[in-house]
Design a protein around this ligand. Structure first.
Ligand code: PLP
Length: 469
C-alpha cells in the first residue's frame, strides 16, 4: 500500500485527548486504518507545539526517539496529533506485542477499572494477581513447582531476582555480561554495561557486580561452548565459583545490540551455574512473551532458568513485571521481604490476562516466527549489496542490522543514525540500539499485517541502500 501525502494546515494544539484523537480521525485498536499516511512533515505543527510545551515542563534527561505526539495506535500504526499515520516497527520497545489497545486487554481493563482500581495486594489481595502468577507458572520454561512475585517495571523485576538469588544462596556476587542492559535503577545501572547515557555521573553504583564477555558471534567468532568457557574461566579465576549468587543474562541481548549468542552458550552457562550452586537468572524482559518466536527465548535452546524476569510484552502496555522461578528458590525470601505498593496492580493484571489470552488464541508465537521468516531474507539480501551492513541477525520478530564502516569494519553510529532518520522522515518508526549505537532494531507488534510490515521494511531497505551510494 502506498503512502499518501497531502498538505495539512496547522491548527492550535488541544489539551483534550479525546478531541485530538477525533481530529486525527482515529480511535486506537486494530480497527484503526492500517496504512501509512503523511499529511504534514514530521514532526507536524501540533507535535512541534507540544514539543515546545514539553521543553518547558519535562526534564531533558527524558528523551524521545521521534518527537511526534501520539493520539491513537493499533495494529501496526501510530496516529499522531497532526493526523499522520506512521508504521510502528518498535512496539514502544517490545511492549505492545499484542498490538496497541488490543481488544481483550481493553475489555479486561475496562471491567477491572469499573470494579476497583487498587487495594494493594499486600493489604487486601485479589484474584487477578493470583491468576497472573498461575499463568506465569504454566508458561515459563520447566515443569517444576514455581512461585511468582509481581512488580511494576523490568528493572524492578531484575532487582528482585537478584535479592532472591542472594538470600537463597547466602552469597553476594552477581555475574553479568558486556553489552548487558537491565535497567536504570541503582542496582540495575550497576548491572547494565553501557556508560552513556545510562550511568554517566549517576554513581556510586552497587557493589559485587562482575562483568564477563558474552557470546557475540559477529564480533568474537567463537562457538557457544568456546565463549562460555572464556566467561567461566574469568568467573572462576576472578570471583570464585563459591561466591557467585547469580548469573544474570538476557538470552538475546536487547539494548546492547540484539546479540544472539552462538548455540551452546546459554546451556553451558546454565549447566555451570547449577553445578556451582549459583542461581541462573534469565532476563526475558525484552525477549519474553512470544517476541522471538517462542513464548520465552530460553526455549530456543531448551534452557530452563532457575528464575525468569519478565515485563514489557506481559501486559499489552500496562506496567507489570514479574519474577518467576523454582519454588524452593522463590520461597527463600521471608514473608514481607518482597513487594511494593503497586506491584501487580489490578489493572495491569487484568491487562496481562487479556494479553496472554491474545497471544495464545491468536497464535502470536507462530506469527512472530513468520515475521522473522518474512523479513530476515530481505535484510540478508540487502547485506549482499550494502557493505555497511555488517551483520543481520535476530529471532522471530526481534531483528537487527549492525552497521559498520566498510573500510575499517568498526561500528558506525553516524550511518546508523542516518538510516533511522530517513525511516522516521518517511513515517516508519525504527529504533537503534547497541553499546556502540550502531544497530538498527525491529520489534514490530505481532498484530501488524503483512502489507504494512513489508512496506515498513521496504522503507528501511531503501534507507540502507542509500548508505552504498
Ligand atoms: C532486558 C531488559 N531488562 C530490563 C529492562 C528494564 O525494564 P524497564 O525499562 O521496564 O525498567 C529492559 C528495558 O529495556 C530490558 O530490555
Amino acid at each position: 500500500m502506498g503512502m499518501t501525502t497531502t498538505a495539512g494546515p496547522a491548527t492550535p494544539v488541544t489539551t483534550d485527548p479525546t478531541a485530538t484523537a477525533t481530529r486525527a480521525g482515529a480511535v486506537g485498536g486494530p480497527g484503526l486504518p492500517q496504512r501509512r499516511h503523511l499529511v504534514t512533515e514530521l514532526p507536524g505543527p501540533r507535535s512541534r507545539e507540544l514539543s515546545a510545551r514539553r521543553d518547558a515542563a519535562v526534564a531533558r534527561g527524558v528523551t524521545s526517539t521521534l518527537p511526534v505526539f501520539v493520539a491513537a495506535a493499533g495494529g501496526g500504526v501510530l496516529v499522531d496529533v497532526d493526523g499522520n499515520a506512521l508504521i510502528d516497527l518498535g512496539s514502544g520497545i517490545a511492549v505492545t506485542t499484542v498490538g496497541n489497545s488490543a481488544p481483550r486487554v481493553v475489555d479486561n481493563v475496562i471491567a477491572q477499572v469499573q470494579a476497583f482500581t487498587h487495594t494493594c495486594f499486600m493489604i487486601t489481595p485479589y484474584e487477578g494477581y493470583v491468576a497472573v502468577c498461575e499463568q506465569l507458572a504454566r508458561l515459563t520454561p520447566g515443569d517444576h513447582a514455581k512461585r511468582s512475585a509481581l512488580f511494576n517495571s523490568g528493572a524492578e523485576a531484575v532487582e528482585n531476582a537478584v535479592k532472591i538469588a542472594r538470600i537463597h544462596t547466602h552469597r553476594q556476587a552477581v555475574v553479568v555480561f558486556e553489552h548487558a542492559y537491565h535497567g536504570r535503577t541503582n542496582l540495575t545501572m550497576a548491572l547494565t554495561a553501557k556508560n552513556h547515557p545510562y550511568k554517566n555521573g549517576f554513581g556510586p553504583f552497587a557493589p559485587e557486580i562482575y562483568r564477563v564477555p558474552p557470546s557475540y558471534p559477529f564480533r568474537d567468532g567463537l562457538t557457544g561452548p568456546e565463549a562460555a568457557a572464556r566467561a567461566v574461566a574469568l568467573i572462576e579465576s576472578q570471583i570464585g565459583a563459591a561466591n557467585v549468587a547469580a548469573v544474570l543474562i538476557e538470552p538475546i541481548q536487547g539494548e546492547g545490540g540484539f546479540v544472539v549468542p552462538a548455540p551452546g552458550f546459554l546451556p553451558a552457562l546454565a549447566d555451570w551455574s547449577r553445578a556451582s550452586g549459583a542461581v541462573f537468572v534469565a532476563d526475558e524482559v525484552q525477549t519474553g512473551f512470544a517476541r522471538t518466536g517462542a513464548m520465552f527465548a530460553c526455549e530456543h535452546e531448551g534452557v530452563v532458568p532457575d528464575l525468569v524476569a519478565t515485563a514489557k510484552g506481559i501486559a499489552g502496555g500496562l506496567p507489570l513485571s514479574a519474577v518467576t522461578g523454582r519454588a524452593e528458590i522463590m520461597e527463600s525470601a521471608h514473608p514481607g521481604g518482597l513487594g511494593g505498593t503497586y506491584g501487580g496492580n489490578p489493572l495491569a493484571c487484568a491487562a496481562a490476562l487479556g494479553a496472554i489470552e491474545t497471544i495464545e488464541r491468536d497464535g502470536l508465537v507462530d506469527r512472530a516466527r513468520a515475521i522473522g521468516e518474512r523479513v530476515l531474507p530481505r535484510l540478508r539480501a540487502v547485506a549482499t549489496r550494502v557493505p555497511a551492513v555488517g551483520d543481520v541477525r535476530g529471532r522471530g520478530a526481534m531483528l537487527a542490522v549492525e552497521i559498520v564502516d566498510p573500510a575499517t569494519g568498526r561500528p558506525d553510529a553516524a550511518a546508523t543514525g542516518r538510516v533511522a532518520r530517513r525511516c522516521h522522515e518517511q513515517g516508519v518508526v525504527v529504533l537503534t540500539c547497541g553499546t556502540d549505537g550502531n544497530v538498527l532494531r525491529l520489534l514490530p507488534p505481532l498484530a501488524i499485517g503483512d502489507d504494512l510490515l513489508d512496506e515498513g521494511v521496504t522503507v528501511l531497505l531503501e534507507a540502507l541502500e542509500a548508505l552504498a551510494r
